[in-house]
Design a binder for this molecule. Structure first.
Ligand SMILES: [Cu+2]
Length: 485
């Protein structure tokens, strides 16, 4: 049963009412993101094609179709948008309009989800109730709010029951809201590299040879088998990493290189975190400063890839290489200055909810709060303006990842251990037999409508581990109402 903090919500609602009656103010003051309409980041897309917004508009056709995918010497029956495995990279600014004409040449229904984007979930927006039939089309019309954060997001098929095979086949792509590095001032001009991770599971793979040679997975970076990155002369590059796999967590290591995480899920962190291994869950993104101080080439390794057979994990596997051609200057890169962010623990909590992930013993039925997903059922209702504390509990020995559309959250506890404020995310592991606590702000008026939260292991989502929430714009009569359970 949710508890209420009506006073806190009323304060925030007063701000929302000002927004509702003052559209002219919005025109004059385009939100708190100063990147609007600026140029494009200096980013190497690793050979992936791009579609850029021009004069505030990105209008393009995306055609989804089956396709034979070639990764090194391996071919497999996959799929792609516009013939590009991993999809074309969509590049826009806050305030831009995204118009996509989606054509479906797949044998079953598809749709598009714009993961991490704080855009409307209704109408021709990021609407999960749309299903484009085979040989059908749909026109997406998505306004990126001027206040939208700059960062790395992604788009992918989200058709219930088929998201896993579609995303694994290849129906995904990166979406860049330009200007992420500029938030750090000292990083504004740093060279960047897009790192799109994808994996394809070899069907029926149980043989020992496949376990050791392929690990039953075809893992690629930017659609390549042996990805090769050459660092700029300064020796430091900002990697914009996106795991666009269906189920697989990838652990990346680059011995001899310094890896400093500065952003998660497209959003700036509150401070840099050095890591020897980068753990990137399915659907997660990481922004990482990569530094090499010695001339030469280092391998980029995937560690601990599941073999697809029980609890087995692979040996280390080389995914690519990182080269520094000439000695870097002795002066180190200035330390990044992280943008200020508000710790939500300073705000009153309007409601508390429990979300329980469960599955049956033969892992065929996955539930949230004992129910499989039903697109016609609204599981939670949250008034616009509220900040809620959700406890996500994993009652299984399985690996689950919590994701909610349209918003980002703050992780406050993992297995009852309080967490320091490190910024926001939209995708987080829920430990086996454990639980986490999140603060979720439903305060952005652009997200009013129905949307979903689910496990982002797509195999689990397709089998029912998903639920609906509706964020309602309250009428005046509802402002002082205590929300129901
Ligand atoms: Cu799961």
């Amino acid at each position: 049963m949710p508890q209420t903090g009506v006073a806190g919500r009323m304060v925030r609602l007063a701000g929302l009412l000002v927004l509702a009656v003052a559209p002219l103010l919005l025109l004059l003051a385009p939100g708190d993101n100063p990147i609007r309409g600026a140029g494009f980041d200096k980013i190497d897309l690793g050979g992936l094609p791009e579609l850029r917004a021009r004069n505030g508009l990105l209008q393009a056709t995306l055609t989804a179709a089956p396709q034979t995918i070639h990764i090194g010497s391996i071919t497999f029956p996959g799929a792609a948008f516009n013939l590009a495995y991993g999809g074309p990279v969509l590049r826009l600014h806050p305030g831009d309009l995204l118009r996509l004409h989606l054509i479906n040449h797949m044998p079953d229904g598809i749709n598009l989800h714009f993961h991490g984007m704080r855009v409307s979930p209704s109408g021709h927006g990021d609407n999960m109730h749309i299903l484009v039939p085979p040989d059908g089309y749909f026109d997406y019309d998505i306004r990126i709010p001027p206040s939208h954060p700059s960062g790395l997001f992604w788009y992918h098929d989200h058709a219930f029951g088929a998201a896993e095979p579609h995303v694994m086949a290849g129906l995904s792509g990166a979406l860049l809201i330009e200007g992420f590095a500029a938030q750090f001032k000292s990083l504004a001009d740093i060279p960047q590299k897009l790192v799109v991770l994808k994996d394809w599971a070899v069907p029926g793979c149980t043989g020992d040879e496949l376990k050791t040679a392929l690990h039953c997975r075809v893992v690629s970076i930017d659609g390549q088998a042996n990805w090769a990155d050459t660092l700029p002369p300064g020796g430091t590059e900002l990697w914009r990493i996106s795991n666009q796999g269906a189920n697989l967590t990838i652990h990346l290591a680059a011995p001899g290189l310094t890896l400093r995480i500065v952003g998660r899920d497209g959003l700036a962190a509150t401070e840099g975190t050095d890591a020897e291994t980068l753990t990137i869950m399915p659907a997660s993104r990481l922004d990482v400063l990569v530094t090499k101080t010695t001339v030469g080439t280092a391998p980029l390794l995937a560690t601990g890839v599941p073999t697809g057979s029980g609890a087995g994990f692979s040996v280390r596997r080389t995914l690519g290489s990182v080269t520094l051609a000439s000695p870097p200057p002795t002066a180190p890169l200035p330390a990044p200055i992280f943008p200020h962010q508000q710790d939500l623990r300073r705000s009153p909590v309007d409601a508390r909810r429990l979300v329980v992930f469960a599955e049956n013993v033969d892992a065929t039925k996955f539930t949230i709060n004992s129910r499989r997903f039903d697109p016609a059922r609204t599981d939670f209702i949250a008034p616009l303006g509220s900040i809620e504390e959700w406890t996500i509990r994993n009652t299984t020995d399985d690996f689950h990842v919590f994701h909610i559309h349209q918003v980002a959250f703050q992780v406050t506890e993992i297995n009852h251990q309080p967490q320091e404020f490190g910024g926001f995310a939209d995708n987080v592991e829920v430990p086996a037999r454990g639980e986490i606590k999140l603060l979720i702000p439903f305060t952005d008026p652009h997200i009013v409508g129905h949307f979903m939260f689910h496990c982002h292991v797509l195999n689990h989502e397709d089998r029912g581990m998903m639920a609906n929430i509706e964020v309602q714009r309250p009428g005046l009569f509802r402002i002082c109402r205590v929300p129901g359970p």
